[in-house]
Design a protein around this ligand. Structure first.
Ligand SMILES: Nc1ncnc2c1ncn2[C@@H]1O[C@H](COP(=O)(O)OP(=O)(O)OP(=O)(O)O)[C@@H](O)[C@H]1O
Ligand SMILES: [Mg+2]
Length: 273
């Protein structure tokens, strides 16, 4: 426990970047962290600097094996990772169909992972709804919805507020209540980003738990097979720390060595904090 999912109705917004950094920053604070890639892009491993040639994985092979411990990879930052695995498109499709028909294929091993009370489990998802997320919905403690500070993201916010974006019925509504939002790639100088940010803050209230500024260092770190784990790595790194702190606070996870942060760097720049 607990189970944290990084999700979004939108693609390319920073789900994988945030999932990897929050996982690594929690691991740096002495938490036992297991990260699971549920996206056939199999990109989470790249954030942890793992080589492309390693093609084995967990979810992409779930119809053939459920021995999840065998698929686990130790990463250099102390996070244990279950990559999706490198699979062809047909296998990815068949995997999704198998999960739709039999959610327990995934729910059972994840329940086992969550039985360890000291382990934090982090999920990286592809954009939009998936059978894998449906299978895990009842177990999720915190759903971090990543959006951009742009018009297309702003248009998604009413659905998030009404808790309807995960579907109809009580299960989806309950899961929706566990959703918080992080705005990513916020451009400090753009009037649109500023307006969207203000609108989102007003509409979402305490469900907006963080904002990460647009910082080339974030994209460059990925190209360098590095992670931004120190505040001194720049404003993006500082915001990623702040998001990690906010997630830990929501879940009441202890953070040894945590210091009080004044707030998000984007807010400070806009004179809002
Ligand atoms: N705050 C940021 N500043 C600058 N670049 C960023 C920031 N966050 C993410 N990026 C870059 O944006 C790109 C997309 O990020 P990422 O892969 O994490 O998005 P995603 O939501 O997981 O995408 P997908 O929907 O394809 O899974 C990457 O190149 C990443 O390095
Ligand atoms: Mg991704």
């Amino acid at each position: 426990m607990p189970l944290i999912a990084f999700v979004s109705p939108k693609g390319g917004v920073g789900k994988t970047t945030l999932a990897a950094h929050v996982a690594a920053l929690l691991a740096a604070r002495s938490h036992r962290v297991l990260a699971i890639d549920l996206d056939p892009q199999n990109a989470l491993r790249l954030q942890f600097g793992l080589p492309l040639r390693e093609e084995a994985g967990f979810l992409g092979a779930i119809t053939r094996q459920t021995a999840w411990r065998q698929a686990m990879v130790e990463t250099p930052v102390g996070v244990r990772l279950l990559p999706y695995g490198t699979v062809d498109p047909l296998t990815a499709l068949e995997t999704a169909q198998a999960l739709h028909a039999e959610p327990e294929l995934l729910a059972a091993p994840v329940r086992e992972m969550l039985a360890d009370p000291d382990q934090v489990v982090i999920l990286d998802n592809p954009p939009g709804p998936t059978p894998a997320m449906s299978a895990l919905l009842p177990m999720i403690d915190l759903m971090v919805v990543v959006l951009l500070a742009d018009a297309a993201s702003a248009a998604q916010i009413p659905q998030i507020i009404s808790n309807r974006w995960l579907g109809r019925g009580r299960l989806a509504a309950r899961a929706g209540e566990k959703a918080v939002v992080v705005l990513n790639q916020v451009d400090l100088d753009a009037p649109l980003a500023s307006a969207v940010f203000d609108g989102a803050a007003q509409a979402l209230g305490t469900r907006l738990i963080g904002a990460v500024c647009r910082d080339d260092a974030v994209a460059e770190a990925l190209a360098d097979k590095r992670m931004l784990l120190e505040d001194r790595d720049g404003p993006g790194a500082e915001d990623l720390h702040a998001v990690t702190d906010a997630i830990a606070a929501r879940l009441r996870l202890p953070l040894p060595g945590a210091r009080r942060r004044g707030g998000f760097s984007a807010l400070a720049d806009w004179g809002l904090r």
